[in-house]
Write a protein that binds this ligand. Structure first.
Ligand code: HEM
Length: 388
């Protein structure tokens, strides 16, 4: 709402994907979401199942279009810059090159796998809670196994894909990669910093701070950036023409995402090992770890987006338009604050409502007592009442 200049510049590019998102994805999602949330007892099992598939399909289609728009801002292609009424405007000359820009496939795979991983972790955590508190039924045991099976595939895949994704970022947005590694000087044989803390308090907000306490693993950053060469050169932020993004935020968000990614792999293998030995439901520590980690996947998605979006600063469209140039002309600090507060308020309200509905669905729709006999009511299901 506060980026009118950006909308004028990028409108031609954004109009298509956003309209398609609205028509294809939102309609599909919204229609079937109603049945999915409110229709459990009103429609047949088959229609209920179809609705859930279409809700999923709608969100995936929605992700395609929104990620096309975002990935184009990271690696813009297929456009020409023209000037209209004194304002720089993007003219779409090759929509296919623009939509299939180099970042899109990377973003789509990483984001969608992250989404499946996060939901699997949430499901496994909820199921583990019921198993751990001895209110388990066949339903929760099966849920836990399905969640864990999905985690066993998606958690390692996320790290393997993320590693290759990092190389793509180092090629296409070197200043973001250097910020992820807090690399100021151009150097070869660069170590991976596990920790880097400014030694002077005033340096905390200084993106070019050099007095750092660092713990690093030698050669690993070069190795990862090049895909195998421990002596590879990484260009430092001090040698780049563009201003640096806020390094500390990008550096720490990246480390937290990767650290949590490895924690998810550990959880998946731990669960897989117990499952293999037939002890999946007996390990209390595993159940506690799964319950404690249930919302961490969703948090990690946010951390990933912080890396992606803060890392590309000062650009709103990489190399074309700076964020400061995209702001609505004449916008005051107070207006920016009020709109931000408005968004935070509305989304906090939606989040509370969302959790209320999710918790209600978990408590009321799913069996929490030893499986009661199901009554066949001609296709629709009789809900087993909750015992809490
Ligand atoms: C385990 C190792 C991981 C590595 C090496 C890794 C690597 C990356 C890289 C290089 C980026 C791109 C930043 C950019 O475009 O600017 C990124 C972004 C992102 N990551 Fe990760 N990641 C890992 C784990 C995870 C996990 C576990 C999640 C969530 C469950 C996650 C979610 C995201 C999201 C949502 C984004 C932003 C969207 C996107 O660019 O695709 N990542 N990650």
């Amino acid at each position: 709402t506060n980026f009118a200049a950006f909308s004028t510049t990028a409108g031609e590019l954004f109009g298509g994907p956003l309209a398609l998102e609205g028509m294809m994805a939102f309609m599909l999602e919204a229609t079937f979401l109603g049945i999915f949330v409110f229709g459990r007892e009103r429609v047949s099992d088959r229609l209920y199942m179809i609705s859930s598939v279409f809700v999923g399909l709608g969100t995936w289609l929605s992700a395609i279009w929104i990620l096309i728009a975002n990935s184009w801002m990271q690696t813009p292609r297929g456009y020409e810059m023209v000037t209209e009424n004194g304002q720089p405007v993007v003219m779409l000359v090759d929509p296919i090159a623009a939509y299939a820009n180099p970042r899109f496939p990377w973003m789509f795979v990483h984001m969608q796998n992250a989404a499946v991983l996060s939901v699997a972790l949430f499901m496994t955590g909820v199921a583990a809670y019921y198993v751990w508190t001895n209110r388990d039924t066949e339903f929760w045991r099966k849920t836990m196994k399905i969640g864990l099976a999905v985690l066993l595939v998606t958690a390692p895949l996320q790290a393997i894909h993320g590693d290759a994704y990092g190389r793509h970022v180092s090629e296409t947005q070197p200043q973001k990669f250097a910020a992820m590694e807090a690399q100021y000087e151009t150097d070869s044989g660069v170590g991976l910093k596990l920790l880097a803390v400014p030694t002077e308090i005033e340096d905390i907000t200084d993106p070019h701070a050099e007095d750092l306490f660092v713990i690093e693993v030698p050669f690993v950053a070069s190795l990862l950036a090049s895909g195998g060469d421990p002596g590879a050169t990484i260009t430092g932020l001090n040698d780049m023409e563009s201003e640096a993004p806020p390094v500390a935020i990008v550096f720490w968000a990246f480390r937290a995402m990767v650290g949590l990614g490895f924690w998810f792999i550990l959880l998946a293998f731990w669960g897989g090992y117990r499952w293999l030995r037939g002890e999946l439901f007996e390990d209390d520590l595993l159940a506690k770890a799964l319950v404690g980690s249930s919302v961490l996947g969703i948090l990690t998605v946010e951390l990933g987006w912080i890396v992606t979006e803060v890392g590309r600063q000062p650009w709103v469209i990489q190399g074309i338009m700076k964020t400061s140039d995209g702001v609505s002309p004449g916008l005051t600090g107070t207006e920016a604050f009020i709109t931000l507060a408005g968004f935070v308020g509305v989304y906090t309200g939606l989040l509370v409502l969302y959790w209320y509905v999710v918790i209600r669905l978990i408590r009321e729709e799913a069996p929490t007592a030893p499986a009661a006999p199901r009554t066949d009511t001609g296709g629709s299901r009789e809900v087993v009442p909750s015992d809490d």
